[in-house]
Design a protein around this ligand. Structure first.
Ligand SMILES: Cc1cc2nc3c(=O)[nH]c(=O)nc-3n(C[C@H](O)[C@H](O)[C@H](O)COP(=O)(O)OP(=O)(O)OC[C@H]3O[C@@H](n4cnc5c(N)ncnc54)[C@H](O)[C@@H]3O)c2cc1C
Length: 546
């Protein structure tokens, strides 16, 4: 019979859960169980960076949430895919590797979370990575996650970098170091042509040691409490219900939608709302599920003026087999790239203290997100609002753990968010008019964006904007009454339970979330183990408040 007592039970084998389980397992004799709702990540489509759109439609390996209706978007619903497998969303994401702006973390500290300043986070950012250009004051040289600097050699990537500079943005050699702002070639968590997820880089090696075990296809229903102390977890596997004891702690790493849902299912949340759904309250904590944030994204698209600009056009089985063979045997060709090879960070206006818009860029038209290989010649700038103010919420619909929660993001509800995104879109179209694009630029899919009035641009945004898939902050870390966890991820008012994942970010960071989520997991793992935290490292950065 499988043991049913562990020191730690970690819920979710995603970006954060993989790191936490591996670090806790470093203490000999510590028994760690990881419960993951989905299957393993054994798929060529997970491993091969260029195939990343395929896992997004693999129903076994994804959660498909519907969020909305979104009031500011005329009641639209938005589909939110999340990873449900070993590695979590890190096993299907775009692999774009961004820490965030150092200023984001200093703002967390200014809000009272003193141990989360950039100086305190930097050693943990360094700890998790092996940067291909070598370690230095800013970068790590020997961590589990391999970081590849993308080459950006294709003609449209070069045009992107050229036009950005012509529009006044400096070329930035490393946006994860001194300065975030500028145009750049992206870095990606790709290890010699293979996706480097938390699952592959942390959890799998940890499991070989014997004291970290993993149950796949195990859907956690709730955390069990004895008074205010978490003592175990109830989960479902193969149609049977199991209970497992956690002698030290339960660590909830289910991600920004599932972690608040699980707290609520376990009786932790606004007591009156829980009672109304037939859940007995364990602890009245009004902030659970509140404060949810996400990055809004919209694509500005142009056709190419001629053929031969975009890769992967006219894809057929033979071409795909060739790409696959090159990837498999030589680790080269289109298969080794995530195709998001260039981007930028800039301010939507001079009012901004630091960058609040991110560009991601694809050298082709057609949605990469749904396994589609129907690519057309052209290019698209994805304009992402990096520091939105709007906040949404996650609520239970029912006490049934198999039913998805109700989620509303309140996208663009805050008028400042509209302002910033409209400015960002206009500036994007200005960049595309620079000389650098003259050799390639064809017709705009939406002509004249930069000349439309605000009302027209907003109407276009309402219909066309989507998500960058970065939900967070639904179990916010903080000291105020609506905060859910303290500086070490401990749930306020309870013992033996922490939340460690993207849901605890006090505010969203300016950039993609996989890397900062793993940093959070590295940092809190030291707290859980009771080891001395890595000393703060005060490296200067460009946007420092004076
Ligand atoms: C399509 C897409 C593209 C993205 N692109 C990028 C990118 O290019 N760069 C980047 O930095 N970030 C990207 N992200 C975001 C990034 O992947 C996430 O922010 C990050 O993985 C969040 O980590 P997490 O640990 O909070 O949650 P996750 O990694 O999602 O892990 C949560 C895990 O918990 C499991 N779980 C949940 N509930 C239960 C339960 N009840 N029982 C058992 N297990 C449970 C889930 O199955 C999952 O495996 C992308 C995300 C998506 C979806």
């Amino acid at each position: 019979m499988a043991p049913n007592k562990f020191d730690y039970v970690v819920i979710g084998a995603g970006a954060a859960g993989s790191v936490v389980a591996a670090r806790l397992g470093e203490d000999q004799g510590t028994r760690v169980l990881v419960l993951e709702a989905g299957p393993d990540d054994n798929s060529i489509y997970v491993r091969m960076p260029a195939a990343m759109s395929y896992p997004l439609t693999d129903k076994r390996r994804t959660w498909e949430f519907e969020t909305g209706p979104e009031e500011a978007l005329d009641g639209r619903m938005i589909t939110h895919v999340r990873g449900k497998m070993l590695g979590g969303s890190g096993s299907l994401n775009g692999m774009v590797y961004v820490r965030g702006n150092p200023r984001d973390f200093d703002r967390w500290a200014e809000d009272g979370l003193k141990g989360w300043s950039y100086a305190h986070c930097l050693p943990y950012f360094k700890k998790l990575e092996t940067y291909d250009k070598g370690g230095n004051g800013y970068r790590g040289g020997s961590g589990p996650i391999a970081i590849t600097s993308l080459k950006a050699e294709l003609e449209p990537f070069q045009a992107f970098l050229e036009a950005g500079q012509q529009a006044g943005h400096r070329l930035n050699a490393d946006y994860n170091a001194y300065r975030q702002e500028g145009v750049h070639a992206y870095q990606a968590n790709i290890d010699n042509g293979i996706r480097a997820s938390g699952g592959r880089a942390y959890l799998r090696p940890a499991m070989r040691k014997g004291n970290v075990s993993l149950q796949l296809n195990a859907l956690v229903h709730k955390v069990v409490f004895n008074g205010t102390r978490a003592v175990g977890v109830v989960y479902e596997k193969d149609g049977a219900i199991h209970t497992v004891e956690a002698e030290r702690e339960v660590v909830l790493c289910g991600g920004a939608f599932n972690s608040p849902q699980l707290l609520l299912l376990s009786g932790v949340g606004p007591a009156s709302e829980l009672r109304a759904l037939g859940v007995s309250p364990v602890h009245d904590l009004p902030g659970v599920g509140r404060g949810l944030q996400d990055h809004v994204a919209v694509s500005v698209k142009y056709r190419a003026s001629r053929k031969g600009v975009s890769p992967a056009v006219d894809m057929n089985l033979l071409k795909m087999a060739w790409i696959g063979a090159q990837w498999m045997f030589l680790r080269r060709g289109l298969g080794i790239t995530n195709l998001w090879e260039v981007g930028s960070f800039f301010r939507s206006s001079d009012r901004m203290e630091y960058a609040n818009i991110q560009h991601e860029f694809l050298p082709m038209l057609g949605e990469l997100m749904h396994g589609q290989v129907n690519i057309e010649e052209g290019f698209q700038y994805q304009v992402c609002l990096g520091r939105p103010r709007s906040r949404g919420r996650v609520n239970l619909r029912s006490a049934d753990p198999r039913q998805h929660p109700s989620i509303v993001l309140n996208y663009l509800k805050d008028p400042e968010d509209r302002r910033d995104l409209i400015d960002g879109v206009r500036h994007t179209d200005e960049i595309i008019q620079q000389r650098g694009w003259d050799r390639i630029r064809g017709d705009a899919i939406v002509p004249g964006l930069r000349n439309m009035d605000d009302r027209q641009v907003f109407a276009w945004l309402q219909k066309n904007m989507g998500t960058q898939y970065h939900p967070c902050s639904s179990c916010r870390m903080g000291l105020d009454d609506e905060a859910v966890v303290d500086e070490q991820g401990r749930v306020h008012g309870l013992e033996g339970i922490r939340v460690v994942d993207a849901s605890i970010m006090p505010r969203i960071t300016n950039g993609n979330l996989h890397c900062p989520t793993m940093m959070i997991a590295e940092k809190i793992s030291d707290d859980i183990r009771g080891v001395v935290p890595l000393p703060a490292t005060a490296m200067r950065y460009a946007d420092q408040a004076h």
